[in-house]
Design a protein around this ligand. Sequence first.
Ligand code: HEM
Length: 415
Amino acid sequence: MTLTVDEAGLALADPKAYADDRRLHEACALLRRESPVHRVEGPGYNPFWAVTKHADVLEIEREHTLFLNAPRPLLATAEMDELNRTRAEQGIALRTLVHMDDPDHRVVRAIGADWFRPRAMRALEPRVRELARRYVDRMVGFGGECDFARQVAAHFPLYVILSLLGLPESDFDRMLKLTQELFGGDDDELQRGASNEEKLEVLMDFFAYFKDLTEARRAHPTDDLASAIANAEVDGKPLNDFDTASYYVIVATAGHDTTSATIAGGLQALIEHPDQLDRLRADPALMPLAVDEMIRWVTPVKEFMRTATRDYELRGTTIREGESVLLSYPSANRDEDVFDDPFRFDVGRDPNKHLAFGFGVHYCLGAALARIEVAAFFEELLPRLRSIEPAGTPENIATTFVGGLKSLPVRYSLA
Ligand code: HEM
């Protein structure tokens, strides 16, 4: 059966489509070819324009004073959009960096930006390596077979984030569950419950945890990121409770599932392309390029949205003031106009101008850290790996936002 462009557009708002790479990429390829700025009007969602070409995603992100993150920074159901709007009016909405625009965004981003400087990240590298080694050792402990996504990839990046924030390891399980409930919101297996009340409850649990942490760090500041956030001042005043909690939420969540998805998806790609695995093992200097290729290949963040503040013409289509556009990162990262043979996994791909970290003023704050984590993990794993093969059917998360593998059963032999 042939897919129509309208069906392809609807796939971009269907969490299940993101759990099926072939279906998603078939839809994206059709849209890029036949309707690169496509209006999507699906049941349950407010209408939006799906933007699927690399150049157009760049153009919208570059025009950050015309296309704002507020009030609709990412795709949600019409019901959730409405709920978020009401909560924002009441001043009780989650307000992270991705919900903000300038001038607030610039000021609040600066609080964390110091922490994520490459120099600060390099200082963190030995700790990241130590954790990577611990997880590879753990794979040995599993006795040659494990669910790599669930038992390894989901844990290691969270440990790194907890270290960065200065949280105790004893909170690991609680944070893992909360993050997955928050980001796996559309996945039957991961979500706490389907109702908006249950989704709100997850957020409130997060807030409660971080409120206690803020109080502790204000009373006894240390040199961790949590202290920097808790004691930050904007215009001489501390951040309010919601903005403070929102900062923790963005760091704890944005820095976790994204990197987990890259490590699991990266390993899957290496297993499926043994020539690339051999090439990387033979030439470890390729690692930085391989890491970016894994990030492009997986593209864990599926979309962000922007809303037009005035009429704007994009590729001959007029986007009206007040209308929203969905930036499709997986599609931009397979754009035939930018990537040579985009469906080839190539650990030596250079140049690799992927948009998996976004672009411009909202460019991922944790990009340097994410690259260090992924590189450290594979630098620990590959020299010890004798063999690896699938041991079951992999499964992806059903979500329109941050996705990737939730299960990757593997059988292996490690030195
Ligand atoms: C491979 C892993 C990761 C990917 C693919 C990724 C992707 C993204 C994307 C697409 C954005 C939005 C950019 C835009 O709107 O232009 C973003 C923003 C952000 N990311 Fe990441 N991210 C990753 C890892 C991390 C890590 C490890 C952290 C922190 C520990 C982090 C923290 C953030 C923050 C704080 C923002 C908000 C920046 C802003 O709005 O100013 N991310 N990320």
